[in-house]
Design a protein around this ligand. Sequence first.
Ligand SMILES: O=C(O)C1=C[C@@H](OP(=O)(O)O)[C@@H](O)[C@H](O)C1
Ligand SMILES: C=C(OP(=O)(O)O)C(=O)O
Length: 407
Amino acid sequence: MSLVRFAPAVLGGRVRVPVSKSAAHRAMICSFLAGAPDPLPSGEAVSEDLAATRSALAALNAAKRREAARVDCGESGSTLRFLIPVAAALGIPSVFTGRGRLPERPLGVYLKCLPPQGVTCESGGGLPLRISGRLKPGVFSLPGNVSSQFITGLMLALPLLGGDSEIVLTSPLESAGYAEMTVQILKEHGVGIFSSETGWKVPGNQKYLPCRCEIERDWSQAAFFLAAGALGGHVELDGLRPDSAQGDRAAEELFRRFGARLGWNGGILTAEPGELWGIEIDASQIPDLVPVLAAAAALAKGRTVIRNAGRLRLKESDRLAAMADGLSAVGAAVKQTADGLIIDGSPQLRGGAADGRNDHRVVMAMAIAALRADGDVTVTDAESIRKSYPDFFRDYNALGGKANDLG
Ligand SMILES: O=C(O)C1=C[C@@H](OP(=O)(O)O)[C@@H](O)[C@H](O)C1
Ligand SMILES: C=C(OP(=O)(O)O)C(=O)O
């Protein structure tokens, strides 16, 4: 439980954020299924979640020659939910484990839709989960508002089956950008999935092909530095795709709506301060942006209302509670609703001690709120940033931030 102390600062300069965690998980799994090498660029710091996918794929590979696979997913929801149907499609009996909050995060969707299609699932409700049997093609009906990761998992697995399948949504799709990204990355690997009126049609008997595509940079991580630019300096972000399939590219538009000045210059996105005013935010498609949007809102004049974010309670922490408590602890006026936050902003926070709740996005969001506090902000669980952005404090300090990791 390491502690980090942030002193107020104005960030300025250029940063190249990591590769998109979401795109990288997908590219690693598609490459594995194509028999191609790991596609992560060399020289890139590997986050704990991507390391979990890498070792989980190695465990599946080894199990092709042995008995059951032991697939440790660490704290990564994506690794777990993407690889359960993939292992089942390959007919590899597997035991999935995880730690932190992962054993409590929802899996019921699979426990309901996989057994009728030939997969035996044994668990006490959470993890460990033991699966056996080979997945059969067919119709997979599932809700669209628990986690899009179940849909991505099926999209990755169903093309491998010996017949055609269909994914049917029984409620409106949230986090839709993540499903779109899956379709795009599958296409780059020679696999076709087609949208239908109720979901997607997935032809079987498809072959994954190697792809020498570059994995794009992460809009969700870029959002922390867009917020930093909006709050004070001149921040430049290098390497982002303006035409990205990542739903979190919406960060650009959202910070403009707050009043920040953003613009593209060649391939560089710049963020500069403006007079920030509270806004209304529908978070149903952009769950991972909520912590940093809440931090910016605490420093924008007037009221920000964040709605349709109930799913944030099921992430690495209850992120609505974590941000309400963390921002309140440093002097902000934040109230939770059942599915969101109401934030009355002020020009400056007080400073104080916040609980990082072992949640990388909470710790990074508090680092942004701390930029405009009168006193220092300390945050617990600093090491949780390794889940998605191991070099976050290095990049933050390189821009003039004052993060002091107290160990
Ligand atoms: O597919 C993905 O890469 C992700 C989907 C989202 O989850 P939900 O669909 O559960 O909201 C997001 O929160 C997560 O960080 C990454
Ligand atoms: C929720 C996240 O990831 P995952 O669901 O893969 O654990 C995240 O990165 O914020």
